[in-house]
Design a protein around this ligand. Structure first.
Ligand SMILES: C[S@@+](CC[C@H](N)C(=O)[O-])C[C@H]1O[C@@H](n2cnc3c(N)ncnc32)[C@H](O)[C@@H]1O
Length: 511
């Protein structure tokens, strides 16, 4: 720590960490939580440190850091920092494929496997954010089990961010949290209150929330659960953590799963195939991990206490009538081939990154009315439609964008990402190959192609694509965000690729 003696002049300057001090904060956060602070989060980190100093009375960022490192501060001082730097994005009924799987396949299948008379379910959402995920499961159970009140159900949500945990306990949500929720479900389980939506108490009381740092090696002891979990959800958490931390967490998960238990990660989390004690399984277009070697088989018959699935899978989305054009924001993903419409493209990329899918179609339509159709923007509109759950229209629109410009690699790439979501993996491969044909340096496309190939156990070809991606991405600006990949930088992709290549190298030759 000797290097960190800030020589700043004014007292306020001292509250903002210098470059070295900032690096030390990043190291501290990584060591304590496993979270990698990315370059685009640095501003946020600096302002969080400065606010923390003011709030807790530290004279400098360095002093605050020293106290944190010594563990001499009350936990709230650490919690303040963690709350500021964690990404809490979550919403109800996130990822339709996983929801369909849980409701239609897993739930009907798990009950017949229980010892006779046992009506107990243990489900854990690790990295639960504001509770949207846990309550989605609670609602699925309410809908599926006619005799839900006779079941011993333990729904646990844990997170490292204490602010989100108190939000979860309150059960109050803004409209945006329902962007993929069937309307009749929102109406049935929530009441409008002061411009927000309050979850019914009978659902709220099904879940418990707890503070838990997944990076603590001994976290399993802090769960004080006497029964193993039937299902662990850890969705969209690993993407923020370093590889070593993820390996440790997975090991703990294995020890906490029941013999038939499953683990579900987020669709954009890294898929690894060689996790001891877990078998990677696929159901249509989603992946999950099955404890031990037993492959989870869809139940042939549905028990009488199970209601039919919720019907309205893709309800009409409540698209805003009119969305304001977003403020111009610098995108961290520069279009590698600057063209006339770079600025507009960047704006749409930023909107996509912020999940403003309702606004993108309005924005693109307004642009088109003035300037005519643009292949790239049409592709991005298609991506937004897919984000809103309208995948069929999204694919049609992608095809149209390709008709507009058959040389637009991004259109093929966007189409591929949508096809992957839909589980049309062969077609996705084809689209990725087209994108690569148009630009051999398109490392995002090499990366996805490699991932698809190894998922199909074609390790030789998959490794080749992953190595191509690595070679190319190593030459790129390491702080650049990847094209339409939430929050992932080139530097992180390098780490992911190295780790994936290491995993699949062992299988080379068997593909
Ligand atoms: C993007 S949210 C995902 C929420 C939810 N699982 C979903 O998919 O909608 C990621 C959550 O992981 C939590 N998280 C990050 N690192 C963590 C750690 N080391 N231990 C526990 N939770 C962590 C964050 O606080 C945040 O609430």
């Amino acid at each position: 720590m000797e290097i960190l003696q800030d020589s700043a002049i004014t007292p306020d300057d001292k509250l903002i960490p210098s470059a070295q001090c900032q690096e030390a904060f990043c190291r501290f956060i990584l060591a304590r939580t496993g979270i990698i602070i990315q370059a685009h989060q640095f501003d946020n980190l600096r302002s969080a440190v400065s606010s923390a100093c003011k709030r807790f009375g530290y004279a400098s960022a360095f002093e605050y850091l020293t106290k944190l490192e010594q563990g001499a501060n009350p936990p709230r001082e650490l919690e303040f920092l963690i709350s500021a730097i964690t990404v809490r994005e979550s919403y109800f009924f996130r990822d339709q494929y996983q929801i369909d799987f849980i409701r239609d396949i897993w739930l009907p299948g798990v009950m017949p496997k229980k010892p006779s008379g046992e009506k107990r379910l243990r489900i854990w959402s690790a990295g639960c954010s504001g509770g949207e995920e846990v309550y989605t499961i609670a609602i699925l159970l309410m809908e599926a089990l006619l005799d839900v009140q006779t079941w011993d159900i333990n729904l646990l949500g844990t997170d490292i961010n204490s602010v989100v945990l108190s939000d979860a306990a309150s059960g109050i949500y803004k409209d945006w949290a329902f962007r993929t929720t069937p309307k009749h479900i929102q109406d049935k389980y929530f009441v409008k209150k002061d411009g927000a939506f309050l979850l019914h108490q009978n659902v709220r009381k099904m879940a418990q929330f707890k503070y838990l740092n997944l990076n603590e090696e001994t976290f399993s002891h802090n769960l004080d659960t006497t029964h193993p979990f039937d299902m662990i959800l850890c969705r969209n958490v690993f993407i923020y953590l370093d590889h070593r931390t993820v390996q440790g967490i997975l090991k703990n998960f294995v020890s906490l799963l029941s013999p038939d238990g499953i683990l579900i990660l987020g669709a954009s989390d890294l898929v690894e195939t060689n996790i001891p004690g877990l078998e990677l399984c696929r159901h249509q277009n989603m992946f999950y991990y099955q404890h031990r070697q037993e492959v989870f088989a869809p139940a042939k018959e549905i028990r009488p206490s199970v209601r039919p699935p919720i019907e309205d899978k893709h309800p009409p989305k409540r698209v805003q009538e009119k969305a304001p054009l977003p403020k111009k924001t610098a995108s961290a993903t520069p279009d590698p081939k600057p063209q006339k419409k770079t600025t507009v493209r960047e704006e749409v990329i930023v909107m996509d990154r912020n999940g403003l899918w309702h606004e993108i179609p309005v924005f693109v339509d307004a642009y088109t009315a003035d300037h005519g159709e643009d292949a790239f923007l049409t592709g991005m509109k298609a991506k937004a439609l897919a984000g809103l759950g309208n995948v069929a229209a999204a694919v049609d629109l992608c095809n149209h964008s390709i008709e507009l410009d058959k040389t637009c690699k991004y259109c093929y790439y966007i189409k591929a990402t949508i096809l992957i979501e839909m589980g049309k993996l062969e077609d996705a491969q084809h689209a990725l190959r087209r994108a690569i044909y148009l630009d051999h340096h398109f490392f995002e496309a090499h990366f996805h192609l490699g991932q698809l190939l190894v998922r199909f156990h074609n390790y030789k070809a998959g490794l080749k694509s992953l190595r191509n991606a690595l070679e190319l991405v190593e030459k790129a600006d390491q702080e650049r965000l990847l094209f339409i990949e939430q929050e992932l930088t080139c530097g992180q992709l390098v780490e992911i690729l190295k780790s994936e290549i290491g995993v699949y190298d062992a299988r080379d030759g068997k593909g």
